[in-house]
Design a protein around this ligand. Sequence first.
Ligand code: AKG
Length: 256
Amino acid sequence: MASRVHGSIGCSAGEHGYEDMQKLGSTSNHVKTRPEITLSLMNKGDFGEYPKLYKLASDFTCTGSPHRDLPGQWLFEGFVTAEEEGQLLKILDTHPPDWREKSVNGRQRGKAWGVVVDLLRRTVSPAVHPLPPMIAMLADRMQKLPLLRNFHANEANALDYRKGMHVLYAHADDRRLSTEVICNLSLAGSAVMSFNREKGGVPHEVRALLPPRSLQVLTKDARYNYTHAIHTEDILSPRRVSITFRHSHLTPSNSV
Ligand SMILES: O=C(O)CCC(=O)C(=O)O
């Protein structure tokens, strides 16, 4: 079953950098004995049509937990509120582009905003559909987490899974086109993600529960040396929606 260790330390935004967080989570003994990591986030900025969300964001706190058995995997539960979740689902269901049936890394419906990554041609082109303001706000909120302070998401890919129908095949996100950090926001329902070590160690499987409104962060081993998948039977709710945030550099012909 999904295995997780919660550890925490009281800290405010910007106090601990990425390396500090990795050190804090580097051994399971250390993790087990330390208090909770509570990150107080201060979001400033103009949220335009979402003033209420700005208010919610400004007194936001979030607890990040490293996975005990999966180095580089973190889970921030409650990264969005239930109210924000409802608004995000509405945006996902109404904002262009339309949902499309997907078949590349599995079977789901999908839509994407931000830079356009073509995995076959291995190109990254400028955005056709920029991130909607609320999704851009989430990317901004991520940067308030010390772990993500250097993460500038420029693409957001949404997937819509239905229980009993859909699946995510085992894959590792492209190791060259996208930078190290990958963030998966879960909405509407839960799923268990299965990670399998593909490189740099003895093959084995580790599982991680992804509850609704949580943000999973993949770095290091979890990002580069394990594949991840969601089996059909591991979609635990009638619907689960994810938004995956990445940073991908424009390929040379597109960067002039
Ligand atoms: O649904 C998820 O949480 C993960 C999606 C994913 O791995 C992908 O889009 O490459």
